[in-house]
Each structure stands twice: as structure tokens, then as C-alpha cells.
Design a binder for this molecule. Structure first.
Ligand SMILES: NC(=O)c1ccc[n+]([C@@H]2O[C@H](COP(=O)([O-])OP(=O)(O)OC[C@H]3O[C@@H](n4cnc5c(N)ncnc54)[C@H](OP(=O)(O)O)[C@@H]3O)[C@@H](O)[C@H]2O)c1
Length: 230
């Protein structure tokens, strides 16, 4: 994820503000190219309608030469989605997330997504995974993805999804690009949100790599040291 120097991943407006520079965008493109699938949370999906595609034709060519699909699969995790134009969490129509990249698109959701919204998503080419319960069962979803040969997953936020994956012990590495900007705002989102953990249950990290790119973004790569909070 890309964060400002004051630890925010978006402004208080939550419209998907650009955070890091061009150089980091290139690095994220390479991370996408290395992944079997790219995942986002529902609020990021709706705020940004992200393409999540690899842009560099050289990287796409390398994937094809390795016998892989040109683009990684895309996965969205959303408790409840509604049809475009309805009140609630809705994608625009047409949606870049759903149509760009000609790749497998999975929307993992719950029974709270009404049938008309499910049918609309399927008509747009998405494969639906519908879990019982109030939220998507993340360990079950990742096991399902592994059965589809999706072994490396790049999660591009937001903080609610990242916190839940950390709490479930499902994260191996965390990569933060710290941009030389301040967004402020006590309600501006951060890279790990959810309810949080007390100090004695904080998730320890091991710093693996640091780099400063040409735009002044400090790129930090960490290993997540413990499976999840105690
Ligand atoms: N700078 C960056 O790198 C970056 C990257 C991504 C996003 N962002 C920003 O982050 C903000 C969105 O982040 P966010 O934290 O609000 O939301 P989020 O993590 O993008 O989305 C969370 C969504 O996932 C759903 N969900 C379903 N099952 C879940 C489970 N088991 N665990 C956790 N969530 C589950 C949540 O449902 P419920 O409704 O049940 O909670 C919620 O709708 C936006 O402003 C976006 O632009 C920034």
C-alpha cells in the first residue's frame, strides 16, 4: 500500500487519492505481473473501480512466455454489493474492474448481496463466490483460490481487508511506499484498520528491504513475523 508520511492511504474524502509517484506505480505493475491474482476490499472497489491490470507490455509478454495468463486474476471481497444506481455499495456501469484485462474476475461476497446485483455481476463476466455469514470467510476464500492454482496473491488494500487478513494470519509480507505528503484528518484511512490490537498483541514485523525511489517515496518491505495477534 502507499501511505503518506502521516500514515494515511487516502484523504478524508475517501475518493481514492493518488499517494505515491510514477516510479512506485511501475514497481506495483511488476508486483502485479509476478502475482497469480490481485485482491481488493469492497470499499476500495467502489471508491476507485480499479483496473488492477498489468500495464507494461514487456511484463505481459514475460507472463505469456512463462505459460501464464497475460493478466493476473482479480478478486474483490465485499460483504454486500448492490446494482449500479441503487443505494449502497455499487460499482459504476460499465466497471473497469469487471471488464478490463480479459481475465478471471472473482467477486467474493455474502448472502446479503441481493440476487439482482449477483445476476448483474455475472452478466458482466464475474464469477461469484457467496459465503454464508455476515462477512466473507477469508481463510476459506484463500483455500478456494489455492485450488484454482492461485498461490501468490497481491492485496492492494484497503485497511479493513488488510487488518482482517493479518488477524487471520494470512499475510506473509507487507510493502509500504511512504510518500512525501501529509493528508491529515483523523478519519482519513490507514493501511491497517479494523478494531486494532492492544500493544501486547501488536503484530511484529521484520524489515527486509528499504529503498528510496526517484520521486522520494521510501519503499519498506517487511516480513510478517507472527501468524496473527495472540
Ligand atoms: N493508498 C493505497 O495504497 C490504498 C490502497 C487501497 C485502498 N486505499 C483507500 O482505502 C480506502 C478503503 O479502505 P477501507 O478500509 O475503508 O475498506 P476496504 O478494505 O477496501 O474494504 C473492506 C470491505 O471488505 C468487506 N469484507 C467482507 N468480508 C470481510 C472480511 N472477512 N474481513 C474484512 N473485510 C471484509 C467489508 O465489509 P463490511 O462492510 O462488512 O465491513 C468492506 O466492505 C479507500 O479510501 C481507498 O481509496 C488506499
Amino acid at each position: 500500500m502507499a501511505v503518506t508520511a502521516d500514515g494515511k492511504v487516502d484523504t478524508f474524502e475517501r475518493r481514492g487519492a493518488r499517494v505515491s509517484g510514477i516510479e512506485d506505480t511501475r514497481l506495483v505493475d511488476a508486483l502485479r505481473a509476478a502475482a497469480d491474482a490481485v485482491m481488493v476490499g469492497g470499499r476500495t472497489l467502489v471508491a476507485e473501480d480499479p483496473r488492477l491490470t498489468v500495464r507494461d507490455p514487456v511484463l505481459i509478454g514475460e507472463r505469456v512466455a512463462q505459460g501464464r495468463p497475460p493478466q493476473p486474476a482479480k478478486v474483490a471481497v465485499a460483504s454486500r454489493l448492490v446494482q449500479p444506481g441503487h443505494a449502497g455499495m455499487a460499482l459504476p456501469s460499465p466497471s473497469r474492474f469487471l471488464i478490463e484485462g480479459a481475465t478471471l474476475v472473482i467477486v467474493a461476497t455474502t448472502q446479503a448481496t441481493p440476487s439482482d446485483a449477483r445476476e448483474w455481476l455475472e452478466r458482466q463476466g464475474a464469477e461469484l463466490v457467496v459465503h454464508d455469514g455476515l462477512r466473507v470467510d477469508l481463510p476459506r476464500l484463500l483455500a478456494d483460490l489455492a485450488e484454482r492454482e492461485i498461490r501468490s496473491l497481491l492485496v492492494e488494500g484497503g485497511g479493513t481487508l488488510v487488518a482482517a487478513l493479518l488477524a487471520a494470519g494470512l499475510v506473509d509480507e507487507l510493502r509500504l511506499a511512504v510518500a512525501p505528503l501529509l493528508f491529515g484528518g483523523e478519519d482519513a484511512p490507514t493501511p491497517v484498520s479494523g478494531p486494532g490490537w492492544p500493544r501486547d498483541q501488536a503484530i511484529p514485523l521484520t524489515l527486509l528491504e528499504t529503498d528510496v525511489d526517484a520521486d522520494g517515496d521510501v519503499v519498506l518491505r517487511y516480513a510478517v513475523r507472527r501468524a496473527g495477534p495472540a
